[in-house]
Design a protein around this ligand. Structure first.
Ligand code: SF4
Length: 329
């Protein structure tokens, strides 16, 4: 593995009013850029890091800014870990006691950056399309002699191009998450056009992978980006609740599973063409109703707060508009 520090340099740092901090990193060897996002949590006094696994993405999800870029290339293990190295450095260097108020790029936030204790592979790229590097990077993140994160605090999130990827990604001793977006096949294919398997086939793949894991890693998350009038109806919620039932009930149930559904109200990516130009943010009443239906069906369900949308650092909004820009010192 190349030296982590030397592989990338910081091109740009932008900070949202809510403290979410986006790092644009340039890969020294070829000048390509990746984004990584630090999300501070005031109540826990800790931060989450959202890392990228590729420059661009070939999956082309119709609601996602990265998907509109197409794939440029996959990142190496070192390039994935360099994002954590840089993020840790920024957390150390930015003033923590007084917030950012001394920084010229703080937008007057006065927010603090706390140490990173949590990492999610939810930035640019599909982890399953770069599985070897992602698995290796995740193993190093939880290695007590390296980054030493708790295994339950590292999450690899995949849209699951096929049912087998869950087992492949399961080689990393961290949490698996599935970007479902809709349990209905037709809507799923509209949102994730590269979907080649039915949702039942993909669900069974996840169930099999979970059964092969130790009990402490049988927690999993299903992610749903909610879009107004597309996948946010009460019928969609009922369908998802039914879709989740085999995880808990019946002969194939996963013993000891802890399943959580995360609802992510979609962020407008200001697309001027294509399906995303017609998509709208869901109304909060619909999001709350959707959550209520899942909870009434006994499913743990959270609405994920949109963070960093002012600086294009929110979920599904990462893209490097230019492949190469002049680096700052
Ligand atoms: S949502 Fe994820 S898998 Fe889909 S295009 Fe965006 S980065 Fe790729």
């Amino acid at each position: 593995m190349d030296s982590i520090e030397e592989g990338m340099k910081l091109s740009k740092l932008s900070i949202s009013p809510d403290g979410t901090t986006k790092l644009l990193l340039e890969i020294v060897s070829d000048g390509l850029e990746v984004e990584t996002v630090i999300i501070p949590w005031e109540e826990r006094k800790r931060s989450t890091l959202c890392v990228s696994s590729q420059v661009g993405c070939r999956q082309g999800c119709t609601f996602c800014a990265t998907g509109r870029m197409g794939i440029v290339r996959s990142l190496t293990t070192s390039e994935i870990l360099a994002q954590m190295y840089w993020a840790n450095k920024i957390c150390r260097l930015l003033p923590q006691q007084q917030g950012y108020s001394t920084s010229s790029s703080d937008n007057g936030t006065g927010k603090m950056l706390y140490p990173i204790d949590n990492c999610v592979f939810m930035g640019m790229g599909e982890p399953a399309d770069n599985a070897d590097s992602v698995v290796e990077a995740a193993k190093i993140m939880v290695d007590v002699n390296m980054f030493s994160l708790a295994p339950r605090r590292v999450t690899i999130s995949t849209i699951a191009p096929n049912p087998e990827v869950f087992s492949t990604l399961s080689k990393a001793p961290v949490v698996l998450a599935w970007s479902v977006h809709s349990s209905r096949d037709k809507i799923r294919r509209q949102l994730v056009p590269t979907t080649k398997h039915t949702m039942v086939e993909l669900r069974n793949g996840l169930m099999e992978a979970l059964k092969g894991r130790s009990k402490r890693l049988r927690n999993t998350m299903l992610e749903i980006a909610l879009l107004d009038g597309i996948n946010d109806s009460p019928e969609d919620a009922e369908h998802l609740a039914e879709f989740c039932r085999p995880f808990f009930e019946g002969p194939d149930a996963v013993k000891g599973i802890k399943l959580t559904v995360n609802l992510i109200p979609w962020n407008d990516i200001s697309a001027s063409s294509g399906p995303a130009s017609t998509y709208r943010q869901p109304k909060m009443e619909r999001v709350v109703e959707y959550q209520k239906i899942l909870v009434e069906n006994g499913i743990l369900c959270f609405v994920r707060t949109t963070r960093g949308d002012e600086e294009n650092a929110a979920c599904g909004m990462l893209s490097t508009a230019k492949r190469k820009i002049k680096a700052v010192n």
